[in-house]
Design a binder for this molecule. Sequence first.
Ligand SMILES: *[C@@H]1O[C@H](CO)[C@@H](O)[C@H](O)[C@H]1NC(C)=O
Ligand SMILES: *[C@@H]1O[C@H](CO)[C@@H](O)[C@H](O)[C@H]1NC(C)=O
Ligand SMILES: *[C@@H]1O[C@H](CO)[C@@H](O)[C@H](O)[C@H]1NC(C)=O
Length: 484
Amino acid sequence: VEGGWAEDGKGESIWDWFGQQGHVHMNQTANVACDSYHKIDYDVYLLRGLQSKLYKFSISWPRIFPTGIRNSFSPQGVNYYNKLINRLLDSNIEPMVTLFHWDLPQTLQDLGGWQNESIIDTFADYADFCFATFGDRVKFWITFHEPWVISYAGYGTGQHPPGITDPGVASYKVAHSIIKAHAKAWHLYDDRYRSQQHGKVGIVLNSDWAEPKTPTSSEDVKAAERYMHFMLGWFAHPIFVNGDYPDILKSQIQQKNQQCSIPVAILPSFSEEEKSIVKGTADFFGLSHYTSRLISTAVNDTCIPAYENVVNFSQHVDPSWPQTASSWIRVVPWGLRRLLKFVSQEYTGTRIPIYIAGNGVPTEDGGDVINDTKRMDYFRLYINEALKAIKLDAVDVQTYIARSLIDGFEGPMGYSQLFGLHHVNFEDGNRQRTPKESAYFFSSVIENNGFPKELLYAHLPFLFIYPSFPSLMPCWLMLLGWIY
Ligand SMILES: *[C@@H]1O[C@H](CO)[C@@H](O)[C@H](O)[C@H]1NC(C)=O
Ligand SMILES: *[C@@H]1O[C@H](CO)[C@@H](O)[C@H](O)[C@H]1NC(C)=O
Ligand SMILES: *[C@@H]1O[C@H](CO)[C@@H](O)[C@H](O)[C@H]1NC(C)=O
């Protein structure tokens, strides 16, 4: 949303470069985007209108360190974030700050980006600077936003910058470095800042919910489990469980490599010392979630190192799941409830709160841009499932963050996927913002801290129990499911 891509000495990020190279829909770039770099007051005014208690935004690494390292420090860049944080606090809105939401300084990419392990120290130094500079006021820190996407799309399929297509090696190597960089930043905060600043440091992991295509097929159930443990467990298991990758992930890769004459995927391993450093490095579990999939084993089990092939799955959707303007988002609200239960059983228990840190849907193609009833339905149904997870399943969900405050630049899709509660007129030099109906709806949810008339039971789904997972639902709930 920021724009101001080269203003006040800001360095080029890999997303600036990607857009300028013409890799984005219609050759669009984020050069101006929503011009939020010049619209702090306006954006905070919109947040006040929503009665929002919290705003999640990211610091652009090259805006404060144009070449990626501390000696290139830009006072104007720091000033922008100071001003934004202070305006939010003046309005009683808690800033939740992401250190890395994908826009790596291009200079660091030129040294190999996340494939060069020396970036772990460079990231930790950047994190150190941010804690020292903003930590007197920022109490919620997210180290990385959706590292699965960075590994998968940035280094596997190449759909995101740096556009590397090496799913068998680079994806796993990069993920390994990101996990270590996350752990290093968490320890840094814990050692040097926590006692004075009293904040929390976590990570945001994205995950779909995987439902076995045929629940009675043990092959499909196993494929769905693999899907979950590769997408979420790849990062969550080391950080939240034992400092190491899930057994399912390790054995699957091993099996695949044995089956093929050359290794299909190379998974780096953590030393015992690294395991103890990585384990337990999150004060909350940030979760972003948009949709669900029906999973079966792969139709073609080949030795091509594509992610889907290594994990060995095929994905499907139920034709009854409503389509959206996004090619990959189907509306499956009950998937969120099952995912929350899964996260609490596998990773967080009662010790660590879950923050839902990304959920939403783009504006319908050809629909009414302002009267966005489909987005309202999506929010209502998904928030209701989060409520069920809290009230019926006793999952500790403490935060819900909608994507997003305003329409913005959505990666390779440019401005063709608009997730905002507020419409932005990208044709207008002033980037006029207009609240959509969903903004009024969401503001009433915040005002009531839920729904005035509790929805809760209105759409209780058929409650299927994953046979091989620890029982997801108490039996009495399954009974209720049948009755309703
Ligand atoms: C994008 O830019 C390239 C090179 O400048 C040009 O050839 C192409 O036609 C442009 N595409 C669109 C959709 O504008
Ligand atoms: C990795 O980064 C360091 C700087 O942190 C640099 O000196 C080194 O040359 C880089 N390695 C490669 C292979 O580019
Ligand atoms: C929005 O659209 C719905 C049906 O699509 C309609 O019932 C409602 O009155 C509309 N609201 C506004 C404010 O136009």
